[in-house]
Design a protein around this ligand. Structure first.
Ligand code: ATP
Ligand code: MG
Length: 441
């Protein structure tokens, strides 16, 4: 993409309404614009990041054996009356009436809708296990929407629902998601710590929150230092194998949010206890037959008896993750995107647009990078070098290639990493080789 054509309205000034750094940078880098409190439009740069996160989530869900579906944002109120949650959910639920006076709602989550689908279409234990996910917008009329996309009212969530015949199966489904979540966040460049959690309005008795440590996190968290040094489950670990020992390795270390943490009962001595603040990026629940029973999601078991499905549900805050990654990775100049989620991998800066040699070298390089299959933003504008650099630093692309008249005279360009800022001169051949190596072709 050429910068001159990209809709990227960056701001020099720090927007007054933004209290935390990720919100400030998302506004300044032209990623989002607020439509109303807690409701955002995603502009091209923000959208590209959101889509990349979504794709990582999707790939890890697919690898775990979950299947993608798409349920609507609008749901009938009656389903929620069946589960008994229509009244419980209170003012966070946005309730809507259509022209026929039918009561609808904008889904804050989807347990009811998915259970209803299963109740109608699954009848035998042979249809199980099943794990269905979707990536869809949710609405929760939060009392205090704040911190930009971190606590929005409309936000993008990946939610999935597992259905098993018995507890052992449900436990395995839960464990699969536990591992899938570790892998998902790791791929995004985040260290997310699973913490024992309160099951809240979703109900049930087994739950973990995945929390990224950050000063701006909304909850106080406590965990054993050992968790910060844990190794990821090996890539060879198969989802069909017994995952319990791996999950136990993680859950054997103490980790809890303030909701469950009782200082007097904390088993970790002070020297090993990490106390900080955290951002909840995901949560997983096992809740048995809480929804399947009232909603009639029942199958015939191998012995002919009818059994209510054992269920779990699993959420990832996809839009919240955009802010979380920025909280975790920025400096005073702007965002520092990890490669795996960056809106573009490479920025090419033309120091003298309009100069024949510079334009030619930039165009060649721009085409070469695109043909190699890498994403690139080419700043071809007729702007001061300082303004172009500041812009590139603000939007945080992992690599910058600078092409200027002086360097070109010696056949050189400059490659700079956004993280760490290390720069090196390279010949045109060397930079092409670097691009080819990056593309892995
Ligand atoms: P919180 O405690 O932060 O209000 P929650 O426990 O109510 O979240 P879940 O029902 O577990 O949220 O939803 C799954 C994920 O969706 C959360 O882990 C979080 O990452 C994300 N999420 C929840 N509420 C919001 C929100 N208002 N804005 C953005 N993301 C959210
Ligand atoms: Mg939660």
């Amino acid at each position: 993409m050429r910068r001159s054509e990209l809709f990227l309205p960056t701001l020099r000034e720090t927007p007054a309404e933004a209290q935390i750094v990720s919100h400030r940078l998302m506004l300044r880098a032209g990623m989002v614009r607020q439509a109303s409190a807690g409701i955002y439009s995603w502009l091209p740069l923000g959208m590209r990041v959101l889509r990349r996160l979504e794709q990582i989530v999707r790939e890890e869900q697919d690898a775990s054996g979950a299947q993608e579906i798409l349920m609507p944002t609008i749901q009938p109120a009656d389903l929620w009356r069946k589960s008994g949650r229509y009244d419980d959910y209170g003012k966070e639920m946005l309730r809507i009436t259509d022209r026929h006076d039918r009561e609808l709602l904008y889904g804050p989550t989807n347990e009811e809708l998915i259970t209803d689908i299963l109740a109608a279409d699954v009848s035998s234990y042979r249809d199980l296990p099943l794990n269905l996910y979707h990536i869809q917008w949710k609405f929760r009329d939060e009392v205090r929407p704040r911190f930009g996309v971190m606590r929005g009212r409309e936000f993008l969530m990946k939610d999935n629902y597992s259905f098993d015949l018995d507890f052992a199966g449900a436990r395995h489904s839960y464990n699969k998601m536990f591992i899938a979540y570790l892998r998902t966040f790791k791929r995004m460049g985040l260290q997310a710590i699973p913490m024992r959690a309160d099951t809240g309005p979703i109900g049930g008795d087994l739950s973990h929150e995945f929390v990224v440590l950050a000063d701006t996190g909304e909850s106080a968290v406590f965990c054993d230092k050992a968790l910060l040094e844990m190794k990821m489950p090996s890539a060879e670990l198969d989802y069909d194998s017994d995952l319990q020992p791996v999950v136990d390795q993680w859950t054997s270390h103490y980790a809890a949010t303030d909701e469950l943490h009782v200082p007097e009962k904390c088993p970790v001595d002070e020297g090993r206890l990490v106390q900080g603040r955290g951002i909840e990026v995901g949560q997983i629940f096992y809740f048995g037959t809480k929804y399947s029973e009232p909603m009639g999601a029942v199958v015939q078991g191998p012995d002919g008896n009818r059994v209510a499905l054992e269920m779990g549900s699993y959420g990832i805050g996809v839009s919240r993750l955009v802010g979380t990654i920025i909280e975790a990775s920025h400096d005073d100049k702007g965002i520092i995107w990890p490669e795996a989620v960056a809106p573009y991998l490479i920025g090419v800066v033309n120091l003298k647009s309009g100069d024949g040699d510079c334009d030619r070298a930039c165009n060649d390089l721009y085409g070469f990078i695109q043909r190699a299959g890498l994403s690139v933003l080419y700043d071809d504008r007729d702007e001061r070098a300082g303004a172009k650099f500041a812009d590139m630093e603000l939007i945080g692309l992992p690599w910058r290639i600078t092409v200027g008249p002086r360097g070109l005279k010696n056949g050189k360009v400059e490659l700079q990493a956004r993280a760490g800022g290390e720069a090196q001169e390279m010949s045109l051949d060397e930079i092409r080789n670097w691009v080819t190596a990056k593309a892995g072709v």
